[in-house]
Design a protein around this ligand. Structure first.
Ligand code: CAA
Length: 379
């Protein structure tokens, strides 16, 4: 068993750490306050190769492993989870989905600009009436011969208005239930496709979350991903990797809040000594550090399994379930350690506490992760 990162992984980790400090930290409070998308920063992330990290270089990706991707997600999320969710969705849901299951022509046309960061992608599964119960798709894609006619609404779509390319899941043949679902590549600007207003969210407020409306959108047949009826499996396979990315995001949020709380506890004095010297605070720090380390092991192991070509459904769900709980618990404690200061924006931890919550909801709620885990262990 090896617990040592390679030279290359350490370099990538350091590059992400530097980027987060110098490019994401300035303005992170203002972007959160005004719900401002980090457009400039995302452009630079693309130039660094962080938007198509695991994509083969022949499709303009960086050709790196999943562990490197997780390290980058962790470092970016320590500072700005709104920026890191863009990285996560583009890498694990959109680029991975296209590279693993797209045709050569789809990869040429869509994957290349997405992997290089020239364009951003969105993954569109959730609907007003189909969140956790993802097989209940109400969006329809009627087979019209040369094209599919797409009708319906998608909800809570990350990169909703900034994306250029959307992977949309829809029901083609209701009688076949989930086996009648397909996945399609939809371009912004296709007639009948409109983007709804940006959601006003509790956390990850810098990211862009919208509903999408499809009204008789003609999607060319060649834009279907995989065989007829492959759409639900496509969504599940893609989300398996996505969950590792979100687990890494949760790990990063927890670590970022913990590091701020640790420094604060060493400096802030009460009753004549630093608060870190009071057992009440020291024990909180001990618990936070232990939980974070355990989460890190689960997240890295899930990425490692993916890199080894081994099944990672169970490991990915365990990592997401646990790391997102740790993110929530640790950020709450980080606010508590700061006392009144923790409740105001300048100290960052209240934003991290708000950002942590979504990691227990998107890409499968904690309850869905428990369904996946229990089904796997009961197999
Ligand atoms: N890989 C491959 N196939 C899978 C699979 C997997 N991991 N999981 C399920 N399937 C297949 C099953 O084999 C089955 O197919 P067959 O009948 O042909 O064998 C089919 O999918 C249906 O499976 P289930 O009977 O298990 O379906 P279910 O209705 O019980 O639901 C579920 C399964 C795991 C709960 C699923 O609905 C689910 O994951 N729900 C959560 C959805 C989700 O994560 N949404 C996130 C939205 S995306 C997002 O948040 C992105 C963002 O913007 C940040």
């Amino acid at each position: 068993m090896q617990f040592q990162l390679s030279e290359e992984q350490l370099m990538i980790q350091q590059a992400a750490r530097d980027f987060a400090q110098h490019e994401l930290k300035p303005g992170v409070i203002e972007r959160d306050e005004h719900q401002k998308f980090p457009a400039e920063q995302v452009k630079k992330l693309g130039e660094l190769g962080f938007l198509g990290m695991m994509v083969d270089e022949k499709y303009h990706g960086s050709g790196l492993d999943a562990l490197s991707y997780v390290l980058v997600m962790e470092e970016l999320s320590k500072i700005d989870a709104s920026a890191s969710v863009v990285v996560s969705v583009n890498n694990s849901l959109v680029c991975y989905g296209l590279e693993a299951y797209g045709t050569e022509a789809q990869k040429e046309k869509y994957l290349k600009p997405l992997a290089s960061g020239e364009q951003i992608g969105a993954f569109c599964l959730s609907e007003p009436e189909a969140g956790s119960d993802a097989t209940s798709q109400q969006t329809t894609a009627e087979d019209k011969g040369d094209y599919y006619l797409l009708n319906g609404t998608k909800n809570w779509i990350t990169n909703g208005s900034t994306a250029s390319v959307y992977l949309v899941i829809a029901q083609t043949d209701r009688s076949l239930k989930h086996r009648g679902i397909n996945a399609f590549i939809v371009e912004k600007g296709m007639e009948g496709f409109t983007v709804g207003p940006k959601e006003n969210k509790l956390g990850i407020r810098g990211s862009d979350t919208n509903s999408l409306m499809f009204n008789d959108v003609k999607v060319p047949k060649e834009n279907r991903i995989g065989e007829d009826g492959f759409g639900f499996k496509f969504a599940m396979k893609t989300l398996e990797g996505g969950r590792i990315g979100i687990a890494a995001q949760a790990l990063g949020i927890a670590t970022g809040a913990y590091e701020i709380a640790l420094e604060y506890a060493k400096q802030r004095k009460s009753f004549g000594k630093p608060i870190a010297d009071h057992q009440a605070i020291a024990f909180k720090l001990a618990d936070m550090a232990t939980q974070i380390e355990a989460a890190r092991m689960l997240v890295y192991k899930a990425a490692w399994l993916k890199d080894q070509g081994q099944p990672y459904t169970l490991a990915g769900s365990m990592a997401k379930l646990y790391a997102s709980k740790v993110a929530m618990d640790v950020t709450v404690e980080a606010v508590q350690i700061h006392g009144g200061y923790g409740f105001v924006k300048e100290y960052h931890v209240e934003r991290m506490m708000r950002d942590a919550k979504i990691t227990q909801i998107y890409e499968g709620t904690s309850e869905i992760q428990k369904m996946v885990i229990s089904r796997e262990v009961l197999k």
